[in-house]
Design a protein around this ligand. Structure first.
Ligand code: ADQ
Length: 463
C-alpha cells in the first residue's frame, strides 16, 4: 500500500475538539505508514521551510512554525474572517482586508516547500479543509506529480457567496489542481455545479464568465461520521457514568434538553435559545418539567464576530433566565467550557432531546455522537437542522428549519412527548445510518476513490 501524507492546518493532539476525526485519521495513517503535517502551534521570528519531525503515539508528525503576522493573515484573517463566513453564507460577517490573501498564499507556499522534499514517488497526499485550498497548486509547481486529494469539511457556498470572496477564481483553479475534491454532502457537489451553471448563464447573457474546466478532477460527496460503537461503549464507561449520575440527580426527574457546540455563529445558538423560550412560553406545563443544558466552549475568540456571538448568547440566556426562572427552578444551564469525550457521552445519553440546530454546517459530528451514545432501551430524540450535512442521512431525526423558532419549539415539544416505541424506532434507524457512515468507512472510501485501490473489508461485509 502507498504511504499516506495527511496535511491539515494543525497537527493532531493539540486541538481538543478534533476528537474522533483525529483518532480515525491516525488509525488510517498507522495502517499505511507516512506522516501527518501541519502547523506546530508555535511562532517563529522568520518563516521556516524546514519541517521538524517527531513521533507522537507511534505516528510520524511533521510541522513548521509560522510567523505571528503570517498566521494572523492566514488563519484568523483569510481563512476564518472571509472563507468561513462566506462558505457558511454569512456574507454580513465577512471582514475583507486584501493583504490577508497574500499571507494565506504565503503560508500555503511555506507548507508546500516544507512537505515537497519529504514526498516519495508513490506517496498519496490528503489535504484537509479551507485553510489549504492552494496547497496542490503549490506542490504541482514544485514538480509533485503524486495523487493529491482535498476534503472540504465545511459546506460549499452558493454562486453569489463564492463571487463575494476575493480571488475566488484563483481558489477554484486551485481546487482543480487536486485529483479528487471531497465534500460532506450532495448539496455541496450541487453547489459547485451550480457555480458552473451560473457562469454559463452569464456567458449566454453576453458577459465574460470564469471558465472552469474540471479536467481530470473528480468531485464527490463523502459524508463524514464518528465512531458510534465507540460512543456507545464510552457512554457507559465509569467516567461517563459519573457525569450521567451527577446530572441525573440534579435533574430530579425533569427531561433534559442538550446542546453541545463550539461557540460559533454558524451553530444557531441564539435562535436555539429563542426556540426554547417559545417552548416555555407556549407550554406552561413544561416549565418545571424540563431543563436545557447548553455547552459551548469559546473558539477563535480573537476574532470580533466570535466575541459578538458570545455576547449575544449571554444576553439571550440572561433574558430567558430572568423571564422564566423561579427561586427553586432554572430553565437553562449554560456552560462555556470543553469536556472530555466520556463526559459528553454521559450527557448525550441522559439527554431526552439532542438539539443540533446549526444555521449551516458541513456535517455536524455532535449529531452522530448523540445517536451513538443513546440507551437502546430508552433513547432520546435528535432534533436536527435541515442545513446540517447530517440531515442528508439522518432522515429519522425531527428535521427543522432553525430560522423558524416556532417550528423548532414544536419539535422540542414533540420530542419530549414522544412515546417510547417511536423513540426506539427512530433511534434504531439513526444508529444503523451512523454505523454505515462511520468515520473509518469515510476515510477508507475517500482513499479508495483517490488511489483507485479497493477499500479494506469492514466488519459489516459478508465473509
Ligand atoms: P465543527 O464545526 O467543529 O467541525 P462538529 O462536527 O460538530 O463541528 O464537531 C465538533 C466536535 O467538537 C465534536 O466531536 C464534539 O464532540 C466536539 N465538541 C463540541 N463541543 C465540545 C465541548 N464542549 N467539549 C468537548 N468537545 C466538544 C467541522 C465542520 C463540521 C464537520 C466537522 C468534521 O464545521 O460541519 O462535521 O468539521 O468534518
Amino acid at each position: 500500500m502507498s504511504r499516506l501524507i495527511v496535511v491539515s492546518n494543525r497537527i493532531p493532539g493539540k486541538t481538543p475538539a478534533a476528537g474522533g476525526l483525529a483518532v480515525a485519521l491516525k488509525k488510517t495513517l498507522s495502517a499505511r505508514d507516512g506522516f501527518w503535517f501541519g502547523w506546530s502551534g508555535a511562532f517563529a521570528e522568520t518563516p521556516s521551510r524546514e519541517a521538524k519531525f517527531e513521533t507522537i503515539d507511534g505516528l510520524q508528525i511533521g510541522s513548521i512554525d509560522l510567523t505571528k503576522s503570517d498566521h494572523q493573515s492566514y488563519y484568523a484573517g483569510f481563512s476564518n474572517s472571509i472563507l468561513w463566513p462566506a462558505f457558511h453564507l454569512r456574507l454580513d460577517l465577512t471582514d475583507i482586508h486584501s493583504h490577508w490573501y497574500e499571507g494565506y498564499r504565503r503560508v500555503n507556499v511555506q507548507f508546500a516547500e516544507a512537505i515537497a522534499r519529504h514526498i516519495k514517488p508513490d506517496d498519496i497526499i490528503w489535504v484537509h479543509d479551507y485553510h489549504l485550498i492552494p496547497l496542490a497548486t503549490e506542490l504541482r509547481r514544485r514538480n509533485i506529480r503524486n495523487k493529491i486529494g482535498f476534503y472540504l469539511h465545511i459546506p460549499f457556498p452558493t454562486p453569489d457567496a463564492l463571487n463575494a470572496i476575493p480571488h475566488h477564481e484563483e481558489l477554484l483553479t486551485d481546487l482543480l489542481a487536486y485529483d479528487l475534491v471531497g465534500f460532506q454532502a450532495q448539496r455541496d457537489v450541487a453547489a459547485f455545479n451550480e457555480f458552473i451553471a451560473h457562469e454559463e448563464m452569464y456567458r449566454q447573457a453576453g458577459g465574460t464568465p470564469f471558465e472552469i474546466d474540471l479536467g481530470n478532477t473528480v468531485l464527490e460527496a463523502f459524508p463524514i461520521g464518528s465512531d458510534p460503537e465507540a460512543f456507545s461503549k464510552l457512554a457507559t464507561s465509569p467516567n461517563a457514568q459519573k457525569m450521567y449520575k451527577r446530572v441525573e440527580r440534579s435533574m430530579n426527574g425533569r427531561a433534559m434538553i442538550l446542546g453541545v457546540d463550539r461557540l460559533d455563529y454558524s451553530k444557531g445558538l441564539p435562535q436555539r435559545v429563542q426556540a426554547y423560550e417559545k417552548l416555555l412560553e407556549n407550554n406552561a406545563n413544561l416549565r418545571r418539567a424540563v431543563h436545557m443544558i447548553q455547552i459551548a466552549p469559546p473558539s477563535r475568540d480573537t476574532i470580533k464576530e466570535y466575541q459578538v456571538i458570545s455576547d449575544e448568547l449571554d444576553t439571550a440566556v440572561g433574558r430567558l433566565t430572568g423571564r422564566f426562572a423561579e427561586p427553586d427552578w432554572l430553565p437553562i444551564t449554560y456552560v462555556k467550557r470543553a469536556y472530555s469525550q466520556a463526559s459528553l457521552a454521559g450527557l448525550y445519553r441522559l439527554a431526552r432531546v439532542g438539539l443540533v440546530t446549526p444555521l449551516r454546517d458541513g456535517m455536524n459530528l455532535v449529531a452522530h455522537e448523540y445517536v451513538g451514545s443513546q440507551n437502546p432501551e430508552n433513547p432520546g430524540v435528535l432534533v436536527l437542522s435541515r442545513f446540517a450535512g447530517a440531515a442528508e442521512i439522518f432522515h429519522d431525526a425531527l428535521i427543522i428549519n432553525p430560522f423558524d423558532t416556532d417550528e423548532t419549539a414544536e419539535a422540542m415539544r414533540q420530542a419530549i412527548a414522544m412515546p417510547l416505541e417511536e423513540r426506539k424506532q427512530r433511534w434504531e434507524s439513526l444508529m444503523t445510518v451512523a454505523k454505515t457512515h462511520n468515520v473509518d468507512n469515510w476515510a477508507n472510501s475517500y482513499l479508495a476513490a483517490l488511489t483507485g485501490e479497493e477499500p479494506p473489508a469492514t466488519d459489516d461485509d459478508e465473509p
